[in-house]
Design a protein around this ligand. Structure first.
Ligand code: OTU
Length: 652
C-alpha cells in the first residue's frame, strides 16, 4: 500500500476517533493499549470489510461503529481478564505449549449445572486439563435444539444449567487454575425463536435482512441445484417454508435459520456477541459450522472466499478488543483447504488460531480398521501443515458423527479405491464387516454406502464386545486400541482433546433414545451422561477405568515435560517399511526432538535399532510408555499389540 492512499487516510481518521473515544471511556494504561492495538490491527480489519461491504455501506463508518462497540465492551472487561490479555499479548504462543491438554464435555451431562461444574475441577486437574471446552452453554430454543446448536439468546446461558453469572464465576475458577475456557459460538444460524428471527417474522425489514428469505421457490431451487444436504435424514433440503415470511435458508435443521452475512449489521451483531462472551471469561471461541457463512449461487455454499474474509475481519477486531482470545474453526472440509481457516492463503493472513484436525481423526480410525499406516502416512504427509503461529486441536472423536473424509487421491496413491475404502470404514465401524470389533451405528445412511458413524471411542475400539463376551484378552486389546489412538492425539501436533468419558472408556449409551427430543438423532449414543461411579473406579486397581485414566494422566504429564510436543513443533511421518507401524518425528525450534512409534496393526512389533539407525536416528532411551506397552531390550524397541513408545531424540 502506498503512503497517503485513501485507506491510510481512513485508518488515520479512525485512529484519531479511537484515541478520543478510548480516552473518554477507558482509564490508562488501557486506553493507550487499545489505541496501539487499533493501530496494529485496523488495516487488517478494513481490508476484508471493504471487500465484503464496500458496495453496500461506507466501511469507515461501519468500522467506527465497531470500534465504538469495542471500546464500550473493553470498558466493561474485568481487571482479571485485562491482566490475562496483557499476559497473553506478551506471550502470544501461550497455546502452543506442550502443557496444553483439553477436555470436552456437556455441562448438564457432566455435572448438572455450571455451579456443580466448579466442584469437579479437581477431577479435571487430575487429568492434567488446561483447556476446557464446554459444549453449547448459551440459551437454546426450548425442546429440540440440536444439542444446543440452536441459540435463542446469546446473552443468557441455558436456564437448566444456571445463569450468566455462573459462567463468569466458573471462568474465574478455571483461570485461577491455569485452565483456559472454550465455548461454542454458533454464528452461522440462530434458532427461529431468537428475537432477531421473531422480529423478522413480525415483519421488521431490518431483521428480515438478518436472514436469507425468499418469496418463492425460484432462488431456493436454483441454490439447491448445487447444494449438498447436510442432514438428509433429519432435515431434507436447505430451505424451510415459514408461514408469513417465505422460504428461509436453513442449512441444518428447520429451526436453525442461517444468518445473512452479506448484511454488515449481522457482522456487527455477531462481533458484539463475541466480545460479550470474551468478557464473560471465554478464552477460545469455537466457531461452529464456519465453512457455511457465505452463500454463492452455483456452488456448494461452503468455504467461499468471503467466509475467510469474514473470519479475518472478526479476528482483527477481536485483536483490538480482546487480544488474548482465540478463534477455533470447526470446519469439516477437505484437508487440502482446511488450513485456509488457519490463514494459509498462499501467504499467511491471520484468521483462526486453531482448527480441528479432522484428517488425523479419520486416519486414526482408518489405521485401526486396516491395521496399516500407509494411507495415513500418505494423507498426513500430503496435506499442508498448520501455519507456524496457529495450531491444530487433535482428537479421537467429538460429539458429532465420524464422516469418512478420505481423499480419492490419497487412497489411489496407496492402491486403494477411495469410494470403496470409505464404504469399508463405514461398514467396519457399524460392525458389518466380518471380524470387526466395533459397535457403531450409522448416523445417516448415505447412498454411497460411506455412511457416517456414531459411537463412543470405547465402543468403536471393541470394549463393549469384549466385556459382553467376558473375554479378558479381547478387553486388553480393545483398551490398548483406545490408548494407542490417544497416544497419537497427545503427540502428533496440536492441542489434544479428551472427549468426556473416553478417559474411563465409557461405552455407548444404551438409553440414548429415551430422552425427549433425542430419539431420531443417534449422535446421542456417544454423548453419555458422566458415570461418576465409573469415575470412582479409576482409583480401584485392576479396573478398565483405572487403567485408561492412568494412561491419560501419564500422556498429559509426559507431554508437559517434552518441548518437542509443543504444537508449533514440526511433525513428519516416517516410512520405516513396516506396514503395521505408525512412526513419526516431532522437532521443536529449541532443537529437541521426539520419535513416536505405535503398533497400529495390533500384532506387536520389534523395531530393531538398525531400522532406526538406517532412518537416521541415534538410538534413544524410552521416555514415556503407556502402561506396559513397550520396552527396550536386545537392540530393539518391543511394542506390545497396539503398544506405543515416545523416544526423545538426542539434540542436534
Ligand atoms: C456442527 O456440525 C456441530 O458440530 C453439530 O453438532 C451441529 O449439529 C451443526 O454444526 C449445526 O450447528 O455438519 O455433521 O464443516 O461439518 O459444522 C455436523 C462443518 C455438521 C460441519 C459442521 C456441522
Amino acid at each position: 500500500m502506498t503512503h497517503g492512499s485513501a485507506s491510510d487516510d481512513v485508518v488515520r481518521r479512525l485512529l484519531a476517533g479511537a484515541v478520543a473515544d478510548a480516552a473518554g471511556r477507558l482509564a490508562e494504561p488501557d486506553a493507550a493499549a487499545f489505541v496501539l492495538r487499533a493501530q496494529r490491527w485496523l488495516p487488517d480489519a478494513l481490508r476484508p470489510l471493504e471487500a465484503l461491504y464496500g458496495d453496500r455501506v461506507d466501511v469507515a463508518e461501519l468500522v467506527r461503529d465497531l470500534l465504538d462497540d469495542a471500546v464500550g465492551l473493553v470498558a466493561e472487561r474485568s481487571d482479571e481478564l485485562r491482566a490475562l490479555d496483557r499476559q497473553r499479548e506478551s506471550d502470544p504462543d501461550w497455546f502452543q505449549e506442550s502443557r496444553m491438554v483439553g477436555y470436552v464435555c456437556y455441562v448438564d451431562r457432566f455435572a448438572g449445572t455450571l455451579t456443580a461444574m466448579r466442584s469437579h475441577l479437581d477431577y479435571l486437574a487430575e487429568l492434567g486439563t488446561t483447556y476446557l471446552h464446554l459444549m453449547p452453554v448459551l440459551a437454546p430454543r426450548e425442546g429440540e435444539s440440536d444439542g444446543g446448536y440452536a441459540v435463542a439468546d446469546y446473552d443468557a446461558v441455558d436456564p437448566r444449567i444456571g445463569v450468566i453469572g455462573d459462567l463468569t464465576a466458573l471462568a474465574s475458577d478455571l483461570h485461577r487454575r491455569g485452565i483456559a475456557l472454550c465455548v461454542d459460538l454458533v454464528l452461522n444460524h440462530t434458532a427461529r425463536e431468537h428475537p432477531w428471527a421473531q422480529r423478522a417474522l413480525a415483519g421488521d425489514p431490518r431483521f428480515r435482512d438478518f436472514y436469507l428469505v425468499y418469496p418463492d421457490r425460484l432462488m431456493p431451487d436454483a441454490f439447491e441445484a448445487t447444494l449438498p444436504e447436510i442432514f438428509p435424514g433429519l432435515a431434507p433440503g436447505s430451505f424451510t417454508h415459514v408461514e408469513g415470511l417465505g422460504w428461509v435458508w436453513t442449512t441444518f435443521r428447520e429451526f436453525q435459520w442461517d444468518l445473512n452475512y452479506a448484511n454488515p449489521d449481522v457482522f456487527r451483531a455477531m462481533l458484539r456477541t463475541m466480545l460479550t462472551l470474551a468478557n464473560r471469561g471465554a478464552d477460545i471461541l469455537r466457531l461452529d459450522a464456519a465453512p457455511f457463512l457465505w452463500k454463492r449461487l452455483g456452488t456448494d455454499c461452503q468455504d467461499q472466499p468471503e467466509t475467510h474474509l469474514l473470519l479475518q475481519a472478526f479476528r482483527a477486531m477481536l485483536s483490538v478488543a480482546a487480544p488474548g482470545v482465540l478463534l477455533k474453526a470447526e470446519a469439516m472440509v477437505a484437508p487440502d483447504i482446511l488450513t485456509r481457516y488457519l490463514g494459509d492463503h498462499g501467504e499467511y493472513c491471520r484468521e483462526c488460531d486453531l482448527a480441528y484436525d479432522n484428517q488425523l481423526m479419520v486416519m486414526l480410525w482408518s489405521m485401526l480398521a486396516t491395521g496399516t499406516s500407509d494411507l495415513a502416512r500418505q494423507a498426513l504427509t500430503r496435506r499442508p501443515a498448520a501455519p507456524r503461529s496457529t495450531s491444530w486441536v487433535t482428537y479421537v472423536r467429538g460429539h458429532d458423527d465420524i464422516g469418512w473424509a478420505v481423499a480419492d487421491a490419497d487412497a489411489a496413491a496407496v492402491g486403494l479405491d477411495g469410494p470403496a475404502h470409505r464404504r469399508f470404514l463405514s461398514e467396519f465401524y457399524d460392525g458389518t464387516v466380518p471380524g470387526s470389533f466395533a459397535e457403531g451405528d450409522v448416523f445417516q445412511a448415505s447412498p454411497t454406502g460411506a455412511s457416517p458413524i456414531s459411537g463412543t471411542t470405547a465402543s468403536l475400539c471393541g470394549v463393549g464386545i469384549a466385556l459382553e463376551a467376558q473375554d479378558e484378552v479381547a478387553l486388553d486389546l480393545a483398551l490398548s486400541r483406545l490408548e494407542a489412538l490417544y497416544s497419537v492425539v497427545f503427540s502428533f501436533g496440536g492441542i489434544p482433546l479428551v472427549y468426556m468419558g473416553d478417559e474411563l472408556a465409557l461405552r455407548n449409551d444404551p438409553a440414548w433414545a429415551d430422552e425427549p427430543g433425542h430419539g431420531h438423532d443417534n449422535r446421542w449414543v456417544h454423548r453419555p451422561r458422566m458415570d461418576w461411579a465409573a469415575a470412582e473406579r479409576r482409583n480401584q486397581e485392576g479396573t478398565a477405568e483405572s487403567r485408561v485414566f492412568a494412561t491419560m494422566k501419564v500422556l498429559a504429564a509426559a507431554r508437559g515435560e517434552l518441548s518437542a510436543l509443543r504444537s508449533d513443533a514440526s511433525s513428519t511421518v516416517l516410512d520405516l517399511g513396516v506396514p503395521g507401524l505408525l512412526a513419526y518425528v516431532r522437532g521443536a525450534e529449541d532443537g529437541s526432538g521426539l520419535l513416536a512409534l505405535v503398533d497400529i496393526g495390533g500384532n506387536g512389533q520389534v523395531v530393531g535399532f538398525d531400522i532406526l539407525r538406517s532412518a537416521g536416528f541415534d538410538v534413544p532411551a524410552i521416555a514415556v510408555v503407556g502402561r506396559h506397552t513397550a520396552s527396550v531390550a536386545d537392540d530393539a524397541v518391543h511394542l506390545r499389540p497396539y503398544g506405543f513408545a515416545w523416544l526423545p531424540l538426542p539434540r542436534d
